[in-house]
Design a protein around this ligand. Structure first.
Ligand code: SF4
Length: 415
């Protein structure tokens, strides 16, 4: 009886769950999904530790129609091939892709088993400083979902301690990749310009997040300031859009040559249409459109945010991105928010993970790594995604899912 080896190319990602198997070609996004039990069994062998992307097939197995179709698909799409057994002296060796993310905190211990502080802090790359907040320190639903600042209705009452900010940033100077200034009304932060001067010495990307109204009202404060090192991210709520404020702000940003983008918050298709018109009329080049779930617009939200099979499979993904999805949440990993009380959050939708007036920043990072908190919240861990064949191909869980309290924002598995 003839036998063959079936070998899969290393750029093909394999996932098997329950009675289904998926092979995804990371070079061109071609995929093969099957629930044929014979083929699923072969894919299980390919994907096993012993299999190493190679499986031995009998002539009998090869004769089945489903197996023939499977192999024909693989060959046609350069995802794998078969080799006659007698032509191979040994089982062919295939370099199976492996996860190599250094998230083991024990790698950060020295010979005496003590934690290396500079080493653990390397994971913290992205910091958001909430400079001030209103008397109601609850974050709005909009901020929780889309990091979006609506125009404030009340004055800020609490502001972040500048010494705390300075000391914390100083600890992270070598590792920070991104620093975001945010708050209910950042232009009322008493140390704003000292902070901006301090940040001149940081190589990180610096973003200043405000809403259109607040910026329009504070242009005079900014006229004589050097701000070209900052990226301005300006939130615009369609419900509050004021044409004059927009034109004044737009002209200021262009005259000062400030790199910027506009974030439009929309709740329905009508607002989507209006946003498209504004973008065309004012020739806005840098923008994003953020849908907001207000509790009563699920149909709109399904249309704008929910993903389907084609969205998942047609989106080009690198192998390391897919493997990372199995281990960490790349949307949250390495990021924290610090609020005026000194409390530290990863997501504003979840409980705080420490307070900088009481615990050192290195201990907070250590605890997050050790406890595998939100930084490690992958779809492989939560229902219903963990039972879904696409769980490592889907984008990571974001603030939308945490805020709405539903993880499957998709048309694949309905609640
Ligand atoms: S159930 Fe979860 S993993 Fe599956 S497609 Fe939906 S969101 Fe993605």
């Amino acid at each position: 009886m003839s036998e063959f080896y079936l070998a899969i190319e290393p750029y093909v990602y394999i996932f098997v769950t329950g009675n289904e198997a998926l092979l995804f070609n990371t070079l061109d996004s071609n995929s093969f999904l099957t629930d044929d039990l014979g083929v699923v069994r072969i894919v299980e062998i390919l994907n096993s530790g012993d299999g190493l992307y190679v499986a031995k097939l009998s002539n009998e197995e090869l004769e089945s129609d489903t197996c023939k179709a499977f192999i024909s698909f693989l060959r046609h799409n350069y995802m794998g091939d078969i080799l006659p057994f007698e032509l191979c002296k040994k089982k062919p060796v295939q370099l199976r892709p492996l996860l190599n993310i250094q998230t083991d905190i024990n790698l950060n211990r020295n010979e005496n088993k003590e934690l290396e502080i500079p080493s653990i802090l390397q994971y913290l790359t992205n910091i958001s400083l909430i400079l001030n907040e209103s008397s109601n320190s609850q974050f709005s639903k909009i901020t929780k979902q889309a990091n979006f600042n609506p125009a404030n209705k009340s004055l800020p009452v609490n502001e972040i301690d500048f010494t705390l900010v300075k000391n914390t940033l100083n600890r992270l100077k070598e590792t920070l990749y991104y620093i975001n200034l945010n708050g209910i009304e950042i232009f009322k932060y008493s140390k704003l310009f000292e902070l901006i001067s301090l940040l001149e010495n940081y190589d990180a990307i610096k973003e200043l997040h405000c809403n259109l109204k607040n910026l329009a009202l504070n242009i005079s404060k900014l006229e004589n300031r050097a701000l070209t090192n900052f990226h301005f991210s300006i939130s615009i709520s369609l419900n509050e859009f004021d044409r004059d404020e927009f034109l004044r702000t737009f002209s200021f940003l262009q005259t000062k040559k400030i790199v910027h983008d506009f974030k439009f918050l929309i709740e329905n298709m009508e607002q989507y249409g209006k946003t498209e018109k504004l973008i065309a009329i004012y020739n806005i080049e840098s923008y994003s459109i953020l849908p907001f779930y207000n509790g009563g617009n699920l149909a709109f939200f399904k249309e704008m945010v929910f993903i389907d099979k084609d969205d998942i499979l047609n989106d080009k993904k690198e192998m390391n991105q897919i493997l990372a999805n199995e281990a960490i949440n790349s949307y949250f990993f390495g990021k924290i928010h610090i609020v005026p009380s000194g409390d530290v959050y990863i997501s504003l939708n979840e409980a705080k993970i420490g307070n900088l007036f009481r615990i050192d920043i290195s201990e907070i990072v250590y605890n997050e790594m050790n406890n595998e908190g939100i930084w490690f919240l992958t779809r492989t861990k939560i229902s219903p995604c963990k039972n879904c064949i696409y769980c490592s191909l889907c984008p990571p869980i974001s603030n939308y899912e945490l805020s709405i309290g539903q993880f499957n924002l998709c048309s694949i598995i309905n609640n």
